[in-house]
Design a protein around this ligand. Structure first.
Ligand SMILES: *Cc1c(COP(=O)(O)O)cnc(C)c1O
Length: 391
């Protein structure tokens, strides 16, 4: 009756629909389903942020429209946080743009820069918003394979010159969802040089910036000299402070790019609830911040070891995930990722995500989200062990 627009009709089919149906079926049968599918923190937002919301929610001066460009105090808090954590100096006025969650900015950056015929270079496997944003804006994604053999870092030397010439945006994401890979400064230097040669805007998605393990230090792409003129970094309070439902993130970096993104988005949204921005200030500046982040890192680090050790005992090779809260593992021989995930759910009640859902190069893998407690993870490994072995 009401015909959807072409751009909506072209949206990819929801790859997890079949698994969602199966989960509902299992739950209805009374199966104790262990959900390691969705990457949404299971722990609550820390108390010092909740307390701030309790007082901010009641202040009438928070109840009207916020300024379009965001609250000065939130932008200042982001700038101070980058100075302290990354030794990156940002002008809070022009180099920080608050977002209604980073996903909002990641989607809108494509509308801000992509015209029909333009390309975005996007990682495969990757967070789907990069490619869908390009498509919705009338352009197209060009997929850069992330493979085990290249440590899940794209090879810029494999991108054809005519593709690079048509591309306007280069999306990167480290620590990486779904592979758990981490990038070092040499890789970011290479990305910036490639972007400069080809006149690309680098869009680095740093949603998991604080979640690195094994003694690694969180790294911002803006730490690379010269990055601020060709790159923006998306960051978020979602994963760092267990605030996925609050919708608060930001972009930092290139003044020119942020001006364009800000101009676009202020025509569509009216910013973030001021009380939430003030809670963002609390998250980024409270004296308990660093100990909270350390404890969060400890929590995921212990879970990560349980899964990596557990899978290794079941014959899986040593898994290299070093960041984010995901384990990326190969499926046993003879299965597609979808078949393996379906069998696992059927035989064990454990839900994981098929790698194919993140792109063609995700085929042959599955993703485990470390967003349930240690006992449930041990139980999941035990159940998996009764059903399958890797080799
Ligand atoms: C969770 C996630 C985000 C964003 O989250 P917001 O809640 O929108 O800030 C962005 N990128 C990746 C790769 C994610 O996994």
């Amino acid at each position: 009756m009401f015909e959807p627009a072409e751009r909506v009709k072209r949206l990819p089919r929801y790859l997890f629909a079949e698994i969602d149906r199966k989960i509902r079926e299992k739950v209805a049968q009374g199966v104790d389903v262990i959900r390691l599918g969705i990457g949404d923190p299971d722990s609550p937002t820390p108390d010092f942020i909740i307390k701030r919301m309790e007082s901010e929610a009641g202040r009438p001066q928070n109840h009207n429209y916020p300024p379009d460009e965001g609250l000065d105090e939130f932008k200042q808090a982001v700038a101070d946080y980058y100075a302290e954590r990354h030794q990156v100096e940002l002008d809070p006025e022009r180099e920080v743009l608050p977002l209604i969650g980073s996903k909002e900015g990641i989607a809108h950056i494509s509308f801000s820069f992509i015209d029909p015929g333009d390309l975005s270079l996007v990682p495969d496997p990757g967070y789907p918003v990069y490619s869908i944003g390009a498509q919705l804006a009338g352009g197209e994604p060009y997929y850069m394979p992330l493979t085990e053999e290249n440590n899940y870092l794209p090879r810029f030397d494999r991108i054809p010159a005519d593709i690079a010439a048509r591309a306007k945006l280069l999306f990167l994401n480290y620590p990486n969802n779904p592979t758990g890979a981490v990038a070092g400064p040499e890789f970011f230097e290479e990305a910036i040089a490639f972007a400069r040669e080809n006149n690309l805007l680098v869009c680095h998605d740093a949603a998991y910036s604080e979640l690195v393990f094994g003694g690694l230090r969180p790294l911002s792409i803006l730490e690379i000299p010269g990055a601020g003129s060709v790159a923006i970094e998306f960051n978020s309070l979602s994963k760092t402070f267990n605030m996925t439902g609050w919708r608060i993130g930001y972009a930092v970096g290139s003044v020119g790019a942020l001006e364009v993104l800000g101009r676009f988005k202020t025509n569509i949204d009216s910013g973030l609830f001021k009380a939430i921005q003030r809670c963002g200030v609390e998250a980024l500046t409270n004296p308990a911040r660093d100990s909270f982040i350390d404890s969060l890192r400890g929590l995921y680090s212990r879970r990560r070891e349980i899964v990596i050790d557990g899978l290794q005992r079941l014959g899986w090779p040593a898994l290299a995930s070093r960041g984010a809260f995901y384990i990326w593992a190969p499926v046993p021989a003879g299965y597609s990722s979808q078949e393996f995930v379906t069998r696992l759910l059927d035989e064990t009640g454990v839900v994981v995500t098929p790698g194919r859902g993140f792109g063609e190069h995700g085929e042959g893998y599955f993703r485990i989200a470390l967003t349930v407690g240690e006992d449930r993870l041990r139980e999941a490994i035990e159940r998996i062990g009764k059903s399958v072995r890797f080799a």
